[in-house]
Design a protein around this ligand. Structure first.
Ligand code: C5P
Length: 234
């Protein structure tokens, strides 16, 4: 039972989508030892979140830096090496072949795992055409998933809707991380396609990213515990 609790805790990543470190810190305090893995995105990162990431890591938490890097290969490689020195566990980069290869090089020999972002879920087929791509969303996700596999990238972040198809392309070893999770009955907010924690695990996700269903709950710790229980059953 204790082992399964620890295994469930390892699967749940709470998104600290706050503008200030003070607010993020208060949330981490409220969640206490129920949560061991946190995601820091661009909003908090540009508001002192990188120092806070270090503080979390020094305090024994795992950190996922969702920085979605994309630049010339040398810059990406050096940025990844610096994130690796910080001690973060996951870092996102856009899944362009050059960027994937550079990120892999920068993270090599460290505990940092690079996750590719295939196609932003805010883009539809029309947005991709507008941006000059010759592929629709489904085809581009599949193409980038197989390029990530060929590049030997550690994992991908993707919507639950894409999980089963991508798992078939990348095989069992790649780490698949999924946002857009809502426990049954929770407010959907601005997410368009949501799945329950149990359904995402069932579809092949290794980690779930959950923000508002926990951070905006009246009792964040109770909300987190309920999701952990659902993961344990799944
Ligand atoms: O509050 P909510 O559970 O919707 O938060 C989900 C988190 O996952 C946010 O930090 C959001 O930026 C991130 N995310 C997402 N969809 C993606 C990629 C990242 O919701 N495709």
């Amino acid at each position: 039972m204790a082992a399964s609790k620890a295994a469930s805790r390892e699967k749940l990543i709470v998104a600290l989508d706050f503008p200030t470190v003070a607010e993020a810190k208060a949330m981490v305090g409220a969640l206490g030892d129920s949560i061991s893995f946190y995601k820091i995105g661009m909003e908090l990162a540009y508001g002192g979140g990188l120092s806070f990431a270090k503080e979390l890591i020094d305090g024994g938490k795992e950190v996922f830096l969702d920085l979605k890097l994309h630049d010339i290969p040398t810059t990406v490689e050096k940025a990844c090496a610096n994130v690796a020195r910080l001690g973060a566990r996951f870092l996102t980069v856009h899944a362009y072949p050059q960027t994937l290869a550079a990120a892999k090089q920068g993270a090599s020999g460290s505990g940092l795992r690079v996750l590719g972002v295939t196609v932003l879920t805010s883009c539809d087929d029309g947005d991709l055409i507008e941006a000059g791509f010759a592929f629709g969303v489904k085809a581009l996700v599949a193409r980038r998933a197989s390029q990530a596999r060929e590049a030997g990238i550690d994992g991908l972040i993707l919507s639950a809707e894409e999980l089963e198809a991508v798992r078939r392309i990348v095989g069992p070893r790649m780490i698949l991380v999924t946002p857009g999770i809502r426990p049954a009955g929770a407010a959907i907010g601005d997410q368009k396609r949501v799945v329950t924690p149990a359904a995402a695990i069932g579809a092949g996700a290794d980690h779930l990213v959950v923000g508002r269903p926990i951070t905006q709950a009246k009792d964040p710790r109770a909300a987190a515990e309920a999701i952990l229980a659902e993961i344990a059953v799944a």
